[in-house]
Ligand binder design. Sequence first.
Ligand code: SF4
Length: 365
Amino acid sequence: MSIRPFRDIKRRKTKEINVGKVKVGGNNPISVQSMTNTLTTDISATIKQINEIHSEGADIVRVSCPDEDSSKALKEITKHIDVPIVADIHFHYKRAIEAAENGASCLRINPGNIGDTKKIKEVVKAAKNNNCSIRVGVNAGSLEKDILEKFKEPCPEALVQSALRNIKILEDENFDDLKVSVKSSDIFLSIEAYRQLSKITNYPLHLGITEAGSFIPGSIRSSIGLGTLLLEGIGDTIRISLSDNPVKEVKIGNEILKSLNLRERGVRIISCPSCARQGFQVIETVKILEEKLSHIKTPITLSVIGCVVNGPGEAALTDVGITGGKKGNNMLYLSGVQSKKISTKEMIEKIVNEVEKKASELENN
Ligand code: SF4
């Protein structure tokens, strides 16, 4: 059971492309990405981090390939993971070719940075031969010199012009298996650039507020920026950029999508902030439950409410609910209906059991 979305988001229709086994654009779910921050040449550390990012719920993982050893390391890395890899390339076209040949499913590269047409042709050939898509990744911090001179400063029009220029270079080589990003650390600039771009291209858009900062400010900036665009139906894949563990980027990305009813995954806990009326320690209970229920991937709702003021109402709308009662007499709700009283001591164990039971019921249906 879940609350019916008050407003459904009408997503803008884009071209469907493949990033390995993940389809991006079209009617496909909005995918969540993150990026490793290990040395790619440290193969075991990179595999470990990719798998951590993937098991948190990332659909795609990006890996930097700053040198030949890194792009070649992808060959071994991709043997030990089950998630598509985007190779992040800057400037050197040979890294792109090596990455495509060594297992990358997508190349993040701006053809305008590669140099002459011969090199671009070689990269496109390698991408085509290895079923690699390409992300044109425009960033306000690294706009082309002539565009910056023309517009005087990074502005939405400048980002869009750079994106169109890079798209055209690829289209001229008959390559259109691509997605596009126009990122900036400024929320207003990013939003406007994506809005403008979405009106003139149907390539899937990769959303991000780049260099958004540390965990709390970065999550808030990303939620505002990406949330605004997603509410307008713009965006096919997202990446949260935090100066923090990439696993947290995935957590935030998924929470943004879950909040907008654009993704259903795992337990969604509805909990109150707690106050003097609480029948049990709500904050601690929620922390423990989040941890103990993190393995569940089936979409389930759980309400954890400290007292009868809001408890029964929230429990009526969730799969499993607990409402605090006087002297530790808390009420358990299943599928919105009162089930039984449970003491605070046994509460966590019982809730975990009920949520796991409900998850396996839903999985088997
Ligand atoms: S639901 Fe009850 S315990 Fe929770 S904040 Fe509201 S009044 Fe306080």
